[in-house]
Design a protein around this ligand. Structure first.
Ligand SMILES: [Zn+2]
Length: 121
């Protein structure tokens, strides 16, 4: 249901806005069984490392030069760490063991419920 809403939002955004191949933001989504789904959005234009912690697990989302990747993690497979950096809308880096999904989105996908980093905004 939520996915359908997001999809509808994306389609509407594409109709309203000019399509750009490069995404402006990344959405970091944490879907861990037994806990609430959390979503944070960060601009790709600001270089930074975002550490996602889940109990004993962690992933470091590295944003630099308009690209995002997971630079460090302590998941068993490390597939997320070996996934190449993403920068275009719809591309994603997924850490299945930790339920962490990093997706490139257009800025139109942002709603008012998202918490922004006060310093960079
Ligand atoms: Zn991983």
């Amino acid at each position: 249901m939520l996915a359908a809403c997001l999809l509808a939002g994306c389609i509407a955004a594409l109709i309203i806005r000019t399509m750009a191949s490069a995404g402006g933001y990344i959405e970091v989504r944490i879907e861990h069984p037994g806990s609430e789904t959390k979503t944070n959005v960060y601009p790709l234009s600001v270089d930074r490392d975002v550490t996602v912690r889940l109990g004993d697990g962690f992933n470091v989302v590295h944003i630099a030069d308009g690209q995002a990747s997971i630079s460090e993690a302590n998941c068993p497979d490390l597939i997320c760490v070996h996934t190449r950096a993403i920068s275009h809308i719809g591309e994603a880096v997924i850490c299945l063991p930790h339920g962490v999904i990093v997706t490139v989105i257009d800025d139109a996908g942002i709603d008012d419920t998202v918490e922004y980093d006060a310093v960079t905004w």
